[in-house]
Write a protein that binds this ligand. Sequence first.
Ligand SMILES: NC(=O)CC(=O)C(=O)O
Length: 278
Amino acid sequence: MAASTLRIALVQMAVGEVKTKNVARAVQLIKEAAGGGAQMIVLPECFNSPYGTTHFPKYAEDIPGGESTVALRDAAKKFGVFVVGGSVPERDGDKLFNTCTVWGPQGNMLAKHRKIHLFDINVPGSIVFRESDCLTAGNTPTTFDLPHCKIGLGICYDMRFSELANIYSKLGCKLLLYPGAFNMTTGPAHWELLQRARALDNQVYVGTISPARDTSSSYIAWGHSSMVSPWGEVVSTCEAEEAIVYADLDMDYVAKVRQMIPVLTQKRNDVYELTTKT
Ligand SMILES: NC(=O)CC(=O)C(=O)O
């Protein structure tokens, strides 16, 4: 494989009620994906806990130090891969966050992203959800570097905010990752559309990573973990059940798309400008 190519695995894992089983399953799937040649393995949002405000306090842990992130650290080191740990509910003092950690092959923590945009929605007759009832929002965009490229992180609802993706592209990211758990209302309507929009606007690869669908759960995840190219095409995907989605990302292709349609260098910063505050 060329040095500019990154083999990534998006792990759409089944998440149940028992935290230790969820963590063990994540480690098993990391092992399987590493065996499939993946250099970076990404887990879904809330991989150690069912998704829901009643569950978050019960499953929350300190980061680092809690059992879930220790397991990710050890798995990254044991299998010699980069691990993007979807998210877990994080406890910090009396606050809870929805947090993603990233681990390098030496077991070093490369990044920690706290979900910036909390999922507070009301679609009458379909779904009401208020993460802010129990979670606190993060305030910081998060990037980390692989030998292949810079990567920007968002969690689920963060994908709806184009400004965050624009900032990542401005910072030089060529891949954006969104562990996420859309549902049976917003999933079919918006999941792929948003992912392709973020990819096309910023001429980056965009990966989404969902838990597998569990129809017995109070919050039913849409699934369909996918990778979209900088041209806006879905290059790898799956349906709703547990799956590992592999994709070989070609960083030369990112440069090629940006050269053919150079929107990133044609921005009119004399007319408008995007800035970060943290
Ligand atoms: N669960 C989320 O954070 C977001 C989501 O389901 C949606 O935006 O739709």
